[in-house]
Ligand binder design. Structure first.
Ligand code: PRP
Ligand code: URA
Length: 210
């Protein structure tokens, strides 16, 4: 099956993203919006989960229904900012497991620096959704996915709120088997590796650290 790259054009997602980008948006609203957009993206990113037919007894008869065929999922946020998306994802898939990968971008080299990795023990049986609001140079996502692949999950998808073309190209090239979902696609990176126009530093805006 061909790999998917989905850039969302749904009005609800685009509307929420426009508020998220605004420099005047408060930390509280920013945090809520990140989760709301993550929830809407999860709806689409889980579209191809396999189904099975089951019979359900209703008060008036038996309905032949579709039911998700026992797939096990895991969400893996890239710390810190990815944490901001997890509650939204879990709203739609409450039984999913959550792993964590700690990476930060060195401000000088822009290269990812790893500091933590804890994944579900049975990850080999799980479809994994790696989540991070920003795909800038792509270094963090590429490295996180590389680490997760060492543990052999069934599949990996990547979800971000805003991507730069540079990061999207790099991720597509590094991991041609990973489906990518972005709420918005921006113009470029600036000289400091920030997405333009973007939304600023996602982690600082979610946690109110600047
Ligand atoms: C941000 C963001 C991504 C990364 C994207 O995290 O959440 O993980 O930068 O940049 P890249 O595509 O160029 O790697 P940051 O390093 O600022 O850490 P934080 O989440 O702890 O704030
Ligand atoms: N990380 C962020 O939080 N924002 C950017 O624009 C780029 C990397």
């Amino acid at each position: 099956m061909e790999r998917k790259v989905v850039i969302f054009d749904h009005p609800l997602i685009q509307h929420k993203l426009s508020i998220l980008r605004n420099i005047e948006t408060s930390t509280k609203d920013f945090r809520e919006l990140v989760n709301e957009i993550a929830m809407l993206m999860t709806y689409e990113a889980t579209r191809d989960l396999p189904m099975e037919e089951i019979d359900v007894k209703t008060p008036c008869g038996v309905a032949s229904c579709n039911h998700i065929a026992g797939r096990k999922l895991a969400f893996v946020p890239i710390l810190r900012a990815g944490l901001g998306m997890v509650d939204g994802c879990l709203k739609l898939v409450p039984a999913a497991r959550v792993g964590h990968i700690g990476l930060y971008r060195d401000e000088e080299t822009l290269m990812p620096v790893e500091y933590y990795c804890k994944l579900p023990k049975d990850i080999e049986e799980r479809d994994v959704f790696v989540v991070d609001p920003m795909l800038a140079t792509g270094g963090s996502a590429i490295d996180a996915i590389r680490q997760i692949k060492l543990r052999k999950p069934r599949s990996i998808k990547f979800m971000c709120l805003i991507a730069a073309p540079e990061g999207l190209d790099a991720l597509k090239k590094a991991h041609p088997d990973v489906d990518i979902f972005c709420a918005g696609m921006d113009e470029k990176l600036n000289e400091n590796g920030y997405i333009v126009p973007g939304l600023g530093d996602a982690g600082d805006r979610i946690f109110g650290t600047k």
